[in-house]
Design a protein around this ligand. Structure first.
Ligand SMILES: [Zn+2]
Length: 210
C-alpha cells in the first residue's frame, strides 16, 4: 500500500485530532456478529469514552494498518498464541478483530469483546464492516495514526525533517508540510499514492452509506 522510500511514506496525514471516536451507543445492543456484548457499566463507559481500541490478530495486519489510517488505535501482536492474545485484549480492554472462529469462540468464554471479520472480501470491505458494526465514522485524515506503529502524528514543517535520511531532497523541495510520528519518527507526506488512498477511503465511505 505504501511505497517505501527508505522508510518515509509519501502520504498526507494531519495529526490534529486527539479526542478519539464517539462512544458507539449500540454497544449495549447485542449484535449477531458480536460474540459477546459486555454490559455498559461505568467502567466500560469510561473505557469507551477514552477511545475505542482494537487488537487485530496476526493475520489481519492489513486491516490493522487501515484502522490506524482512519484514526482508530489498533495493535497487532507478533505472536500467535491464543491465550496471550486474549489476555492482551482483556487486560487492555481492546476489541479483538479476528477471522479465526476458534479464537473468537475462546474469546467469548473469556468475556473478550470480539468482532469476527468476514473472509473473502477486500480490506476496504473489512474496514467498512468494523465501522458499520460499531457505528464508527470515517474522518480521514483528521484522526490518522501512524500506520507503521499506531503512534500519534504531528504536523511539521520542512525544517523538522530536513536532513532526515528518509526524506529525499526532491520531496523536501516539493512539500511544505510533513507528518512526523511521535513514536517511531517515521515521516509521511503527500505523494503519488495519495490518490489511491483517497479512492480506498471513498470506497469505504460508499460501503458504509449503502
Ligand atoms: Zn510510527
Amino acid at each position: 500500500m505504501f511505497p517505501n522510500r527508505g522508510g518515509g511514506h509519501p502520504l498526507q496525514f494531519v495529526a490534529s485530532a486527539t479526542n478519539g471516536p464517539q462512544v458507539p451507543e449500540h454497544l449495549s445492543v447485542p449484535s449477531s456478529r458480536f460474540l459477546l456484548t459486555l454490559p455498559l457499566d461505568n467502567e466500560v463507559v469510561n473505557s469507551l469514552n477514552s477511545g475505542i481500541k482494537f487488537v487485530a490478530d496476526i493475520m489481519l495486519k492489513k486491516l490493522a494498518r487501515w484502522m490506524r489510517i482512519l484514526g482508530y488505535d489498533t495493535i497487532y501482536p507478533d505472536f500467535i498464541e491464543d491465550e496471550r492474545i486474549l489476555e492482551l485484549a482483556k487486560s487492555k480492554r481492546r476489541i479483538l478483530l479476528t477471522q479465526d472462529v476458534g479464537l473468537a469462540s475462546r474469546a467469548g468464554k473469556k468475556e473478550v469483546r470480539t468482532l469476527l471479520i468476514p473472509r473473502d472480501v477486500d480490506v476496504e470491505s473489512q474496514v467498512a464492516f468494523v465501522l458499520r458494526e460499531l457505528k464508527l465514522s470515517v474522518d480521514f485524515p483528521a484522526k490518522t495514526l501512524c500506520p507503521q506503529c499506531n503512534g500519534e502524528l504531528e504536523v511539521v514543517g520542512k525544517e523538522r525533517v530536513r536532513g532526515n535520511e528518509n526524506v529525499p531532497a526532491g520531496v523536501l523541495e516539493r512539500n511544505s508540510s510533513f507528518w512526523l510520528c511521535k513514536s517511531c519518527k517515521k515521516v509521511y507526506w503527500e505523494g503519488s499514492h495519495w490518490g489511491r488512498i483517497k479512492k480506498a477511503v471513498e470506497k469505504i465511505k460508499k460501503e458504509l452509506a449503502d
